[in-house]
Every structure is written in C-alpha cells, then in structure tokens.
Design a protein around this ligand. Sequence first.
Ligand code: 6R9
Length: 648
Amino acid sequence: MAEGAAKAPVVAEAHEVDTYRLEDYQKLYKESITEPTKFWGRLARELLTWHKDFQTVQSGSLDGGDVAWFLEGELNASYNCVDRHAFKDPNRVAIIYEADEPTDGRTVTYGELLREVSKVAYVLKDMGVRKGDTVAIYLPMVPEALVALLACARIGAVHSVVFAGFSADSLRDRVIDARSKVVITSDEGKRGGKLIGTKKIVDEALKQCPDVKHTLVFKRTGADIPMTPGRDVWWHEEVEKWPAYIAPEPMNSEDPLFLLYTSGSTGKPKGMMHTTGGYLLGAAATGKYVFDIHDGDRYFCGGDVGWITGHTYVVYAPLLLGVSTVVFEGTPAYPNFSRYWDIIEKHKVTQFYVAPTALRLLKRAGDQYVKNEMKHLRVLGSVGEPIAAEVWKWYFEVVGKEEAQIVDTYWQTETGSHVITPLAGVTPTKPGSASLPFFGIEPSIIDPVSGEEIHGNDVEGVLAFKQPWPSMARTVWGAHKRYMDTYLNVYKGYYFTGDGAGRDHEGFYWIRGRVDDVVNVSGHRLSTAEIEAALIEHDAIAEAAVVGVADELTGQAVNAFVAIKDGNDATDALRKEFILQVRRSIGPFAAPKAVFIVPDLPKTRSGKIMRRILRKILAGEEDQLGDITTLSDPSVVEKIIAVVHDAK
Ligand code: 6R9
C-alpha cells in the first residue's frame, strides 16, 4: 500500500469514509488482529535482517505481563541500522547534521557511520562495558549522539539516554537507578545561539554517583573544561586508538535495547525498558507505513534524542529503512522563525515531524516566515499532544501547500512506536483526530467508573489496548510490579494508556489528554507529583500542589500552589526562588509558569489535596466548584480565589 499510494482526500468535516482507499489498510489491519503471528512474522522477516531466524512469533499475554516476540531470533540493532546499508551503498548519506549555526553542519555517510560506531563500540568495551550493562548518554543533538546509541547496541549494551535539558539531580537519579558505570557526554551544547554547560552538569551529578568509572567526552565547542583524571577521556583521542570495524554482537530478540525514563502519576520517573526485535520492528513498520518512507528520502524529525520521539523517529526508523535523517541541534526560532522551513528547503526534505507546540509558535510568528516552496515535502507529522484543528489546517495549508499529507500520530514512550495514526496517503484525515489504529493495535474505550469496555461507536472513556504489540515496553527497570500496576493491572487483560479518548461515529479516535496527574508542557511529559516533590525540598515550603492549565503556546502550563512555613513572607523574590528550585531539581522545562502563595491548600478531612478545585479556580469557574463541604476547612477556597485574582 505504501507503494504508489494514492493521495487520500482531506476531510475537514466528518463525512463518510471512502472505503475504497482504505481497503488495503483494512485488509492488512484485519489480518494483524486476527492472525498476528502470520502478520508480524512476515513483516519481521521483510523489514529486519536476522542473524538467526525466530521460531515463535509471540508468547505471553497482557494479563501475565510476560509478552515476548520473535523468541529464538537473534539480531543486532546497529547491524540493521548501519551495516546492511553501508555494505550496499557506503556513500549514501545517513545523517544530515544541521548545527545550531546554519553554516556549521555536515553530513555523515553510512560508510562513515559504520566506522565511527565501530570505534566507539571498541572504546566502550575498553572501558569494561559488557553485554547487558547500561550506559548513560547525556548529549546535545549532534551526530555523535546517534553514534553513541548505536555503539552501545553494537556490543549489546543498554543505552539510557537522559535528555540534556535535565538538571544534575535528575541525571544523578537516572544514572543511579539504571546502575550505569559509564556516561557519554560533551564539553558543551549549543542551542538557539546559547551555550549550555553540559559537562558541568555531568560533573555535578557524578559527585553522587561513585559507581561511574568512566566518562567519554565529545568535544563540541572546545570550551576549556575540567577533566577528572582517570575518569574523563576525550572522544576524539579514544577513537583514534581503535580499528574501524568491530563485529556486531548477536542479541536475542528479547534482550534489552534501551531504557528511557518517563514521568508517571507517582513521584519517581520510570525506566521503561524496550527490547530489541519487537521495538525495531515497530520503528521500521511505522516508518514505512505511517511516514511512507522510501529509498532516497530525506527525513526530518525535530524531536530530541532525549525523548522517545528522538529514539524511534530521529534514529531507529529512518536508519532501519536506510534513508537520510536530519539531526537538528538548534531551535525553530534561531536565527529566525524560518529555520525549519530553510532546513526543509535546503535538504529537499520529504517527511517532517514535529510537536504542535512548535507549530503554534511558528503560526503565531506569521506566515511571512514560511516563504519556502518545500516542494519535496510529502508527509507532515504531528506528535506529543493533541493538535488543534486550526493549527492542523495551518500546517496543511501554509506549510504543506495542500499537497503534503498530515499524520497526527498518537503514541507514548511505553508503546515504542505509533499506535493510533493515519497512514500517509491512505487514511482520510480529520483535523484533531489521530484517526485509526496502527497494525496490531486493538483499541478499547473503557468506562472508568465501571471498568467495563464500551462497545460501538460514538463513545467516550479511557483508552486501552486489548492485544500485545511488538514494540511495547516490557517492564519498568527493576520494578516489574510497578509496571504491572501502572499499565496491566488497572483493567485486567488490557494495556492502559492513561489517556482519555473518544471513538466517533465512523470509528475514528480523538485523544482527549491524560486522565492521571501527568501534564504535557510543549510536548514534554511531566509529573505534577514530581514537581511537587521538587518544591517541598525548599525550606520555606510547607505544602505544594501542582496543576496543569491550558496554555495557548505550550498546550498546558505548570501552575503551583504553595503554602509557606511561618516566618516567611509571600514576596516576588520568594516566588522566583521556588521556580529556581524546580529548574535546579528537574530542569528548566519543568519550571512553573505561575506560583501562588496561599495560606493553605484545599484538603479533604483525610488530607488528600483536591487539585480539581485548584483547576476550576484557575479556569475562572469558581461557580462550578462542586461540593466543597467535604474539605477539612472550606474557607480556604475563598482565600485561594482572592490570591489568584490578585495575581491576575
Ligand atoms: C510520543 C510521546 C505520551 C503522551 C500520551 C498523550 C500525549 C502523544 C499525542 C498525544 C494527543 C497525539 N500524546 N501524542 N496526545 N495526540 N498525537 O509524546 O511520548 O512523551 O511518552 O508522551 O503524550 O497524552 O499519553 P510521551
């Protein structure tokens, strides 16, 4: 179906689905649900190269939490992403590096990538990294970030990327939880014309990580930075020592490929574990069918390698399919608001993938920045948060000139790859709907009150999946019970997404957003509990409650309510300190947009904070607070309303 795909009509208003164009999808989808073994077995052999073929396509169940795919099969992720393309065509461009300064970029061919990955793999081995060990990666968006991931995969090490916007404390927690003994980083980063002290943050974090024996430091800017003797070594000096080819380690399909920490409703971030065969298949299959990736394409995903979008759609999907992937170090606003469009024009980009938050910013900046023709664009993807209909239309009309297909892709760190999404050129689209399930995904809408599945169309509830799929995360690192309790024990026999959703009269899905205490700021997933924990580390804070509020630019914004200890005054200086506390503890992207210092928080008699009341007050719906008589002190509500009004 991806071959010679017919352009699907764009449906601005709900109307009857054109069944003819959907026929291929529907046939394959049906097979993927009724005969998953046949479907995925075929695709796994078509899209991946196996060192040893598998016998058992799938075993285990959602119920048991023991899902496994392609059991006896052996393969290597770096072989699949690099070697097989390098052998065929070493001069093909693998990475198009767009540096922060538009003039500083370069390209890396598949042949060069193989050499660099092999050398770094040797360096890691020399540092004592063995199959199954985790390696922490704290790097900006440079080609070496991809090299680092693939070098780990080559020797069977498990990469654990930490987004380089995270604070020293967050990095420390992740290094300790994953028990990483090696950290790969850079001297500095460069983003939007500003320098970031990457290595400084690592040094700070490692003060409390005695088990880290080695750090490998990529020289990005050449800044004068301290190197700890015996621990820190330079990337460029180490790679010179080793040969340009090392054989890839054959890995079992179910061996872990990586950990990626994500926020949930409870305090501590979870290290989601993805395995090799199933994850790679999800990446390759969605790259092929959703993005319609073909040989010779130049593909650009604006996500950061520190998040799942960067893992699956900057690194794995495009490289598995042997095309060129753009690695963009900068921001959409530097040197001006045309940056994305200039990159697309310059490299004749065929697929572009970004979060709605960036689109909102660029739409607001004005259409005059989108002067480029961008005539090679075929697919425009959206990810990370719901895309409002007017932003969707702007993307389609102004960026895509009504020629490119919009794919609003819904998925999660836990799902590994797209789960509800249109297939470019195949699925008719409705602005604001992620449309239909990807192959192998059997969505269910569940009534959160009764816990029962709601059948039929025109229904609302929470979103769950009824069947295991290859790229689902297998566990939370070192905490399988937490994995079961968060995803598989909520509704027995289902995977629970944590999102609310509706299924319309044509069976299209509309994602409504999180139903737990997760907020989505600029497509970044944050836990309110985690931000609250950061706030109460401050000496002056007695209690804190964090809620997400709708924000025109960032989708949601973090607002914090804090009760301060006696002897402190509610000053602007103190509010600033609280914001700084969150920046230091988690990272700048988690900083509250507003901090309200209140005499007390609305709590039930059992002490549970009623965040619902805070949300209503912020939304100006003070007349719809519902029953507040269950509060231990209903009079706090008036006082909180007064504080919020004063601030506005
Ligand atoms: C890929 C990614 C996952 C959460 C998810 C949902 C939200 C992602 C979306 C979307 C509406 C879309 N989300 N894609 N909501 N429409 N197309 O973002 O992973 O960081 O784990 O976040 O993001 O709420 O549950 P992750």
